[in-house]
Ligand binder design. Structure first.
Ligand code: ADP
Length: 287
């Protein structure tokens, strides 16, 4: 059976000529149905580009992106994306921001089916009290909860998350992690989470894969998370597997981070300077 998502030798650049940036090079990734994979890495390494390729918002220059064995030809409601900026429509209240998407996905549903579905999902992220409010009346954390619940209410087969929680305070972040995990495990979704937080990755995912620094970023080794679910955050801190895994991933990230720093230093070409001859204020070349 085909993998749920597969990237085969994917490379992706932006721009033309001198402005061309080779972001991803030879990415190979297989995600099975129901799996939860986290990608960790440095900013600017191409994590968003990876999500865009899988969602169908961008296309590879080389290689293939496959969804259930067929090439991805564009965005689809089967693959829901949650971005870092909440992208809510400012003129619609919470109910209608979620409702509009639900109506689009479940076209045959009656008004009352849509209404109760929306209310159920808004309640799941504890926002029933704000269901008639416009985005401008909500805090950043509340807006992100609306954005998460809107994506999840569409019941996508795959949830693609591009650092959806990184701008939130610790408490809201923790609550949303649990809400996402609940829905993922209940509905047996496939999930790909981009995160800058190794602990978040270990808490949520089955596997963690670092994205090495770009340009021409490639994926690093796979770190399996062999910790039973459901996982308990407070117990994790005392779990030896968690501590070992966390150290190995952090060590790997530090190692590739210092390799990148060394590479950047080596790339500086010093200007060809000559000492100014005595008695002259500046040295200019004249044709
Ligand atoms: P990350 O999510 O890891 O921060 P991105 O995938 O957003 O990385 O970007 C990777 C690199 O590609 C960056 O150098 C960024 O400036 C560049 N990039 C991203 N999108 C575009 C684009 N549409 N056009 C040109 N360059 C882009």
């Amino acid at each position: 059976m085909a993998a749920h998502i597969e990237l085969r030798n994917v490379s992706k650049s932006y721009g033309e000529g001198d402005d061309r940036v080779e972001v991803l090079r030879n990415i190979n990734l297989v995600i099975e149905e129901g799996e939860f994979v986290a990608i960790v890495g440095f900013s600017g390494s191409g994590k968003t580009t990876l999500i865009k390729l899988i969602s169908g918002l961008e296309f590879p220059d080389e290689g293939e992106v496959l969804y259930k064995g067929a090439p991805v030809t564009g965005p689809s409601l089967d693959r829901g994306v949650i971005f870092q900026n909440y992208s809510l429509l400012p003129w619609l209240n919470v109910r209608n921001n979620v409702g509009m998407a639900v109506k689009e996905k479940f076209k045959k549903w009656t008004k009352s089916q849509v209404g109760s579905h929306v209310e159920k999902y808004v309640d799941m992220v504890s926002l029933s009290h704000a269901i008639n409010k416009l985005p401008k009346a909500l805090s950043g954390g509340m807006r992100q909860r609306v954005s998460v619940t809107r994506a999840l209410s569409l019941s996508p087969d795959v949830i693609l998350m591009d650092e959806p929680l990184s701008a939130l305070d610790a408490l809201t972040r923790g609550t949303l992690q649990d809400e996402i995990l609940n829905i993922w495990s209940k509905d047996k979704k496939t999930a790909l989470l981009i995160t800058n937080d190794v602990d978040e990755g270990i808490y949520m995912a089955d596997r963690i894969i670092p994205l090495r620094p770009g340009p021409k970023a490639t994926l690093g080794p796979i770190f399996e998370v062999n910790i039973e679910r459901p996982r308990d955050k407070t117990e994790l801190n005392n779990n030896d597997n968690f501590k070992k895994l966390r150290n190995s991933i952090l060590e790997y990230l530090i190692k590739i981070g210092s390799e990148r720093a060394a590479k950047l230093t080596n790339e500086y070409t010093l200007p060809d300077l000559k000492p100014i001859p005595k008695g002259r204020l500046f040295q200019g070349t004249r044709a």
